[in-house]
Design a protein. Sequence first.
Length: 102
Amino acid sequence: MAKLNTTWIEASVVENEVHMSIVELSHASRTPQELIMSWVSEGVLSPAGSSPEDWRFSGDSLRRAKTAAHLTHDLELNVPGVALALDLLDEIAQLRTRLNLK
C-alpha cells in the first residue's frame, strides 16, 4: 500500500485587501475609464467614494470588471446587458452555494 503525504497550505486572498483607483482598475482590467464609469452608473461596480477621483475599488471589483470586459468584448453586450448578465451569474453562484450547504 502506498503512503500518502498531505501538505497543508495556508493563504489569504490578496484581492480582497486591495483598493484601486479608477486609473488602476482601468489598467488592471484593460478597460477604458469611461466604460468603468458607465458600469458604476449602471450598478455593475460599487466603488467607495463620492466622485471618480475619490473612488476606490475592491479586489472583487477587479474580478467583476474583468468579467464585464469579457462580456462586452466577446459577446458584444451593452452596459445594461452586462449588468443583467452579472446579476444572473451572481444569482447562479448563490444558488450553487446554497445547494452545496445542504
